[in-house]
Design a protein. Structure first.
Lengths: 163, 147
């Protein structure tokens, strides 16, 4: 992953700090941020556009609250798939509906054989299980073993924040 | 939530414009006026259907580091270990999961080397190994959660 830290200057960081709680809900939000920071609106828009292009901003938009929307069951499905085809398989699993995150992570043998992680959301555990069966069908013989880890308790939840 | 709310959630997960009047522009695609879209988003946030609205930043690309770590904790010792782990400000989320690997947490630090330091400190203070599982690749997901 490229380290783009050096490309972020003080103004970028001030824009990040001013917007990490959200975008102002006013007709001209970028002007409002510019006003808070004492810079030109065009500058704020250009900086945010550049951060979007370099991936510092993943996207701008709505972040739904899965629980509140009725998707109360979430299972972290984990899969042991051959390393040589994980990129192709990961792309196909990630493309499925209701998979909200999909990552290649290292195995931790002998206790942890799984290298593909896919977070599956559903309105019920039965719906999550149906989704997991769909992933298993898609992987076919490349599914050399899998497990679904349901969360039973949130022990801590704070947002990711920079300071 | 009505159909308009659903359309807003579905569409605005896909992105939001950077321009002079972005709510007016996004509203046009939804057939809503600027004021109505602003009111709807505020209400969805207030009622908790949206957890936030705005830019989502990529921690690693801001210079920080992120990892997912897991532990296998005996149930009888779980609460003590949870308290120690949660006490680290670098622990952003921590979930109990029904598995032999029963504690899963996200570490977010300002520098990559701090990840290793925190993991070693947690191992020292709890007496159990921490399994570090940083992402090696992130696969594209549609980012759409259709409601």
């Amino acid at each position: 992953m490229p380290d783009l830290t050096e490309c972020l200057d003080d103004l970028d960081r001030r824009i990040i700090l001013a917007t990490q709680e959200g975008l102002p809900l006013v007709p001209q939000p970028y002007h409002a941020i510019a006003g808070m920071l004492g810079v030109a609106p065009r500058e704020v828009m250009a900086r945010m556009q550049r951060m979007l292009e370099t991936g510092v901003i993943r996207r701008i938009g709505a972040v739904p609250n899965h629980y509140r929307l009725g998707y109360t069951a979430n299972g972290m499905s984990v899969w042991d798939v051959p390393d040589e085809c994980i990129r192709e398989l990961g792309a196909r699993v990630g493309a499925l509906d209701c998979v909200s995150h999909c990552y290649h992570r290292p195995r931790r043998l002998p206790h942890w054989p799984y290298n593909l992680f896919a977070m599956v959301h559903g309105r019920s555990r039965a719906e999550v299980e149906e989704k997991v069966r769909e992933i298993a069908r898609l992987l076919g013989p490349d599914d050399r073993g899998h497990a679904v880890l349901y969360s039973t308790r949130i022990l801590k939840k704070t947002g990711l924040r920079i300071t | 939530m009505d159909e308009t709310d659903r359309a807003i959630i579905n569409m605005l997960q896909g992105g939001f414009p950077i321009c002079e009047r972005p709510y007016a522009e996004a509203g046009r695609a939804l057939g809503l006026g600027e004021d109505e879209l602003l009111e709807r988003i505020a209400s969805l946030l207030e009622r908790g259907f949206l957890s936030r609205f705005g830019p989502m930043y990529h921690a690693e690309r801001m210079g920080g580091a992120l990892t997912l770590a897991a532990m296998r904790v005996p149930p009888s010792d779980f609460e003590r270990v949870a308290a120690i782990v949660n006490d680290f400000p670098e622990v952003a989320h921590n979930y109990e999961r029904a598995h032999e690997f029963n504690m899963w947490f996200v570490l977010a630090t300002e520098t990559p080397q701090r990840i290793g330091e925190v993991i070693r400190a947690i191992e020292r203070e709890t007496g159990y190994p921490v399994y570090d599982m940083p992402k090696q690749e992130e696969f594209y997901v549609g980012l759409r959660f259709v409601v």
